[in-house]
Design a protein around this ligand. Sequence first.
Ligand SMILES: *Cc1c(COP(=O)(O)O)cnc(C)c1O
Length: 419
Amino acid sequence: MTPLLTREDCLSADERDPLAMYRNRFDLPEGIIYLDGNSLGVLPRDAAARANRVIHQEWGTDLIGSWNTHRWFEMPVRIGEKISELIGGTGGACVATDTTSLNIFKTLGAALDIQSQDHPRRRVVVAERESFPTDLYMAEGMIRTLDSGYELRLIDDALTLDDALDDDVAVVLLTQVNYRTGRLWDMAATTSKIQAAGALVIWDLCHSIGAVPIALGSANVDFAVGCTYKYLNGGPGSPAFVWVADRHVNRARQPLSGWWGHQKPFEMTVRYEPSTGIRRYLTGTQPMISLATMEVGVDIALEVDQTALRTKSLELTSLFISLVEERIPHHPLTLITPRQDDERGSHVSLRHPEGFAVMKALIANGVIGDYREPEVLRFGITPLYLGYTDVWDAVEALRRVLDEELWRAPEFQIRGAVT
Ligand SMILES: *Cc1c(COP(=O)(O)O)cnc(C)c1O
């Protein structure tokens, strides 16, 4: 890409942008630049009408008949099929359900169930020390629930994945794009390395789905999970998903064996019998209103050309990095996101010793990013509704906050419950 270092250059890049029309599909508040779509995506314009229909017609008028007439019962699998298409899931099946945390527990339980049949001596779960903590907490919970003998092995700068893979490893749990640094794993190469070492892999796609092209089928992935309220714009607390390769679906049981995952839920039998197919990854009654509004975000994502999306995402993140380096060089900002395109997801993170106050001041000045410990300013660059000029203006606001030391104001030092 040729450097785009003036605001006028950014304005003309916006005019040429083949994805520019998608911004209109979302209801964005005036006067802010929203760089937090990797934490909570924005509101699709059609979501309110869809919610209204589910609430007034399906729930309010048609009531319990809606389980059949509006096919509520099939909704998790029907939307799961769309998500599977989005993540290149040929050779596997997907269901929209529960939260990523719960789905990590379910897939980890199923993967360990398979390994206990095939390789009972393998009792190590490998995960990343730097991963989003819930992934580690759920793995820890799973290990505590099982009979003794299982352990968690964490990879980090001192212990690489290559070093960690030995004959004891049963399952590896990795996040495709790291929530803090934005580092991107090579999914296909890493999957085949893990499988060559005799282990199964679970990919967490929370920070990649909707931002990075994904091809689970051609990468021969075993299991994947992810959420829909980040780059998919599914809404606060919208259901997550589970994807399982066909070769594993009917082989393993997941541990949260609730009635929605039963083969014949309405026969009300005493014994649990897992459903054939991906429905066995369901546990209990699912939130129909949230599923319906989430589908609106998924439908938009399905329309978008994934290659064009990735190109724009890389251009915007690299523009952000160049502008920070060119325009704010004299401040203690450290880039912790990889510069190399094939190692970067769709956000940019910078460390600053006063990161928390700097982010608060930036938000007060109309640029919404977020703060993550330790000292990390995180900027989610969602190519569907952001443009080149937005990036230019956001960096300009950051320059002002730092040059004019706006972050020193006392109100920017106070922390709320959610950072
Ligand atoms: C956002 C995120 C989660 C969120 O989990 P929930 O159960 O939906 O709260 C989990 N893992 C990763 C890697 C994430 O980025």
